[in-house]
Structures are given as C-alpha cells and as structure tokens.
Ligand binder design. Structure first.
Ligand code: FAD
Length: 427
C-alpha cells in the first residue's frame, strides 16, 4: 500500500493507488475506471482537502506549457505544472502572473482550486488570472470552461469537488520588476496608518510579533520602465532568508517549545533582528521566499474594514492567554472578485494568518482565533486549518448553494469527495 502526506505533516493517508497520468485522455480513462478519485498538487494545503484513501492522481507529469501568446499574454498550461516551474518560464517569455503568494511549490490547479492569494489592495487571488480551464467531470466528459461558460464562476475555485482540472489558460501580464522595501515599524503605527499603507502601495503586507508591539512591513511596488534590477547581494539573501528566516529560526522555534516563558522576549528580539532592506528584482523573485521551518497555519479573510478591530482582539487574547505564541502573524489585503467560493467573493479583504511551530499543538490557539475571525464574517482559506462546516459557509458565501447545486449536477455519485469536502460542502 502507498502512503501520502502533506507538507506540514499533519495529514497522512494510505491511498489504494497513486496514479501519474500524462494526458487528459489518461485522466479520462482513470476517472472511468475508479469509483473515487482525488487529484493532488504539491500537498501544500494544511487542511485534508486533498486527502484520499481511494485513488490519488498526481499530475506531476502534466507539467508542460502548451501554448503561449506573448501578444495577448494568454498562456495555456497543463494543470500539474508548479508555480516554481512556471514563473521562470513565463519570465523567459517576457510574461508574469499579476500576483503571487509567498511560496511557489504549489501546482497551478492546486493553488487556484483553494483560492491561493498574495497581497495587493487592487489585485486578486491567482484564480482570477484563469481565462479558461479544462475539466474532466465524473462521467468522463471533457469541458472547456471559459468566461462565457455557465460554470466559469464556480469552477475557477472548485476545491477539487467538481472534477479533475487538466489544463488552464492563464491571463498573464508583461513581466515586471518590483521595488521591495522591508522595514520594521511599531504595530500601533501600522494600524494608525493602515489605509495609506495599503492603498499607497501595489502590494503591502506586514507581520506582527505576538506579545510585542513590533511589526515588519513589506511594500512592493512596480518600478518605472527602464529601471535596472538591483537584487539583494547573495550574502544578504543567505543571511536574511536562509539563516535568520530558516536555519536560525528553526532553532529559535525549538527553544520556544522547550522554554515557552522565553517566547515574548524571543519575539521582541526576532522583531528587532529583521532590519530594513530595499532591492529591485523580478516580481516572482520578490514575492516568493523559501520556507523551511515547518509550521501549521490558519488564515481567514475578513472585510478589510475589520482589520484593526480584529487585530486589537487578537492582542487582548495574547495578553491574557496562558499560552505564548512564537510565530509572527501575517496580514495581507486583496480586492473583491466574482468567483463564487473565492474568499474574495464580492468583498475587499484583509487576510490574517496565524501559525504555530509543527511540534506545538495549535488547537487552542487556532480555535480562539477562529472565534475572533468568524465574529467578523471571516472566510477561512480552503487550504488552511479551521473547523467550520457547510452551515457556516452558507452564511458567508452568497453563492454557496449555487456551488453545491453545480456539484450535485456534475458529481451526483460523489466520485471526487473526501471527508473534508463533506464537512465544508455537506454530504
Ligand atoms: C509553506 C506554505 C506557504 C503557503 N503560502 C500561501 C500563500 O502565500 N497564499 C495562499 O493563499 N496560500 C498559501 N499556502 C496554501 C497553499 O497555496 C494552498 O493550500 C494550495 O492549495 C496548495 O497547492 P497544492 O498544489 O499543494 O494543492 P494541494 O494541497 O495538493 O490540493 C489542494 C486542492 O486542490 C485540488 N487539486 C489539486 N490538483 C487538482 C486538479 N488537477 N484538479 C482538481 N483539483 C485539484 C485537491 O484535490 C485539493 O482539493 C501556503 C502553504 C504552505 C505549506
């Protein structure tokens, strides 16, 4: 028997079969031959959204760029291609995705199916770049779903519940450089100036350190045409991104696990060590950084206007809880979109992401944060930990029942279901 586990190591399954189809035809044949299947990407979801004990499809052999039109920016890819493979190949064509999250191992299908996003008050999650997708449904039909198709708004963030995505056409933009400016600030000052910071930068985000008033801000802005790149020197990249953010940080997290009483002082020190820096590089090099310290994560999208109030409630919880939280909290922003199950559906959002070191049980912390976030109509990231079910989602997604009806129609026998989809969509 084979086994599979996700990146965080908190979801492990023993599928009956792991298949590696190389084409849409092979996917159709597998869908016809097996009663229950699930496609997985890079296993970068913290929830069991990709888990199955039946047939698991890995689309790692479906990783080609099929067509690229550098005039329109439309790029057709096989759905298993990872963002890590895709980004430099787009750059070589003079193209880029308009926005990205902070890592790149995810597959295009996995990232879009869960609503993966980065930050930018005028920008959207990655699924919004989908111009068309090819979907193999439960009865083996191959649908081409573009903006004129009735399933477009359901299928772009489909949670893997509607079928197997085999190809995706992405609307790319001309490649661009970003000026990246990272700077520590007091959290109280960030919250006071929040609207200016969020609206005044193409991509603004910040991290804050629980039990302190320290924050690290990141402002990424497009540079005028003709600006030369000025990437970080290699030693600085190694010091900041490898040593401070990964190697040393792992040791710091281990120390915090052994001596929780030290965490507030460790956080204050971490917040001070990360100094200011500025550089100019290709967009995907700026967005993405390595993440080698294993953690668990929960992230909710809240109406943007609730940001300061929710963070204030979190700080009051940190102050009185008998638990010390060693990981910084990440805060990002996106614009409203039109995709039915996108966390950004018809709402400008703030995203608040809480993390816990993988050796520490996150249950109590994440439950307390979930209570804060749901009081603000929070929508959890489909790939990040939460305990909510269909009854709740019906209240925060106006098109939830429409999505469930599409699922009933396309997959009445529940070929593509698993326990997580039963929880969030209903049986
Ligand atoms: C270190 C780390 C950093 C992260 N950073 C961010 C971030 O910055 N922003 C953000 O929004 N998220 C982030 N995430 C979450 C991550 O982007 C999502 O969970 C994403 O879904 C993972 O993509 P994947 O390819 O690993 O998909 P998986 O986790 O393998 O699968 C996710 C879902 O997609 C479905 N799926 C996969 N392939 C197909 C297919 N071909 N057809 C149909 N369904 C399919 C699966 O069945 C499952 O339902 C991060 C996760 C980690 C571990």
């Amino acid at each position: 028997m084979s086994s599979w586990s996700n990146w965080a190591g908190n979801v492990t399954t023993a599928p009956d079969l792991i298949a590696h189809p190389a084409s849409t035809d092979e996917v159709v044949a597998l869908v016809g031959a097996h009663p229950r299947l699930k496609a997985v990407g890079a296993g970068h979801s913290f929830t069991p959204i990709a888990a199955t004990d039946a047939t698991l499809l890995r689309l790692d052999r479906m990783n080609r760029i099929l067509h690229a039109d550098t005039t329109t920016g439309l790029v057709r890819v096989q759905a298993g291609i990872s963002l890590h493979e895709l980004n430099p190949r787009l750059a070589a064509l003079g193209l880029a995705l308009p926005n990205l999250g902070d890592v790149d191992p995810q597959s295009v299908a996995g990232a879009t199916s869960t609503g993966t996003h980065g930050t930018g008050a005028r920008l959207f999650g990655i699924a919004k770049a989908i111009a068309a997708l090819q979907l193999v449904t439960a009865d083996g039909e191959v649908l081409e779903i573009d903006a004129g198709h009735e399933l477009f708004d359901a299928a772009r963030v489909g949670l893997g519940a509607l079928g197997i995505v085999t190809e995706v056409t992405l609307q790319c933009v001309p490649a661009f450089l970003l000026n990246a400016r990272e700077e520590p600030m007091a959290l109280s000052a960030v919250l006071r100036e929040l609207d200016d910071l969020v609206d005044g930068n193409d991509h603004f985000e910040f991290y804050f350190f629980p039990h302190t008033d320290k924050a690290l801000t990141k402002r990424n802005n497009r540079v005028p045409e003709g600006t030369a790149p000025a990437p970080l020197p290699r030693w600085r990249h190694l010091l900041d991104d490898e040593l401070l953010s990964n190697t040393l940080y792992e040791q710091v997290q281990r120390l915090g696990t052994r001596r929780p009483a030290l965490i507030p002082r460790i956080n204050a020190l971490s917040g001070s060590l990360l100094g200011a820096r500025e550089y100019i590089d290709a967009s995907h090099e700026v967005f993405v950084s390595p993440r080698r310290v294993r953690f668990r994560e929960s992230e909710f999208a809240l109406p943007r206007a609730a940001a300061a109030e929710a963070i204030g409630e979190m700080q009051r919880w940190y102050a009185k809880a008998d638990e010390s939280i060693s990981f910084p909290v990440e805060v990002r922003f996106t614009a409203a979109d039109d995709i039915w199950l996108s966390t950004g559906h018809e709402r400008d959002n703030v995203y608040i992401a809480v993390h816990q070191f993988h050796r520490t049980d996150p249950t109590r912390y994440f439950a307390a944060m979930q209570d804060i976030f749901t009081a603000h109509e929070g929508r959890p990231h489909w790939g990040k930990m939460h305990t909510l079910g269909a009854d709740y989602f019906r209240t925060v997604y106006p098109r939830f029942d429409d999505f469930v009806a599409v699922r009933d129609r396309l997959d009445p026998e529940r070929k593509f279901t698993n326990a997580y989809l039963q929880q969030v969509l209903g049986s």
